[in-house]
Structures are given as C-alpha cells and as structure tokens.
Design a protein around this ligand. Sequence first.
Ligand code: IMP
Length: 180
Amino acid sequence: MVHPDIERILLDEDTIRARVKELAGRLSSDYAGKKPVMIGILKGSIPFMADLMRSMGEDHTVDFMCLSSYSGAASTGVVRMILDLRESIQDRDVLVVEDIIDTGLTLGYLRQNLLTRQPRSLELVTLLDKPDCRKVTISPKYFGFKIPNEFVVGYGLDYNEAYRHLPYIGVLKGSAVRGS
Ligand code: IMP
C-alpha cells in the first residue's frame, strides 16, 4: 500500500535492497582487513546503515553523529552538531554514511570537522545524491542513486519528521508540503 501523501514511488524496496547489497559488496572488498568505522549520520541514515551493516562481509565498527541544517523542506544553511562520536577516529579508516547529499553543506562541514581528528582515510557513502543542488563541492566515492532535484521521503528521509518509516523512496504530493 502506497502512503496517501506520496505522489509517486521513485525507488521501490527491491531496487533499494539490490543496490545496497552491491554497495556493501564493493565496500567489503575495498576495506578488506581494514576494520573501518562506519559513521551513521542521524536520523536519516538509520535504515540505510542497518541494511549496509548487515550486508557487509568484513568486520567493522559503527558510531553515530547527529547534525541538523533542515527545517521542513528547506536547508537553513547553518549546520548544527547535536550529537558527537563516542570513539576516537584517529588512524581509523572512516566511512561516513549519509541518506542524501543535496547542497553538500552538511557534509562539507562534517568533512572539515572529521579531518581535524586525523583519520587514516575518510570517504563518503550516500544512498542518494542530488548533484544539481550543490553549493559545496562534494563528490561521494560511494553512492546508491543519483536523483533529480525533487524533495523525497521514505527509507529514513523525512519531511518534518514524518515518513521515515516508509520502506520505499517517494516524491511527496504538493498537498502534503506545508510552509515550504
Ligand atoms: P545538504 O546539507 O543540503 O547536502 O543536505 C543534507 C541533509 O538534508 C540530508 O542528510 C537530509 O537530512 C536533508 N535532505 C536533503 N534533501 C532532502 C530530501 O529530498 N528529502 C529529505 N531530506 C533531505
């Protein structure tokens, strides 16, 4: 059953599952024996992180950060750190796991912040990439899907904290978007 606020499904469950498996396979081979730390950016990365972890054949650890720059469907441009890592990443191979890169402001800020902690390596893994919206140059080494400039929800992505639980990624109906 498609949620009544969804205009159309952009990526269905099977498509997402297959691509996440592919990405996990690539990461497992690129990071064999390195025991990387995967840093999930809350809250949007939760389903992606959980699926990626379970498909990774290689040992790794996980940690989380919470950043915020969004209010409704618009980026405020000001990134706030709400929750920091628990563990040091010095000399670790770090994979930052994001739901979506839009303007790149969030990851631009995060990359600078994490590099000061002297990881051995730092790469980005994003499920979705909206390359048309960039304000900061960021090109993730690992991405699931490039998508057009549309506001999407589901599989972790929200609109005012709703729709994160949907198992697919869809475009919201205009009638469901208020005040943006
Ligand atoms: P950026 O800083 O503009 O790259 O935005 C990154 C963050 O904005 C993501 O982690 C999401 O939380 C949020 N975001 C960007 N585009 C969308 C979207 O289409 N739907 C839901 N959230 C989005």
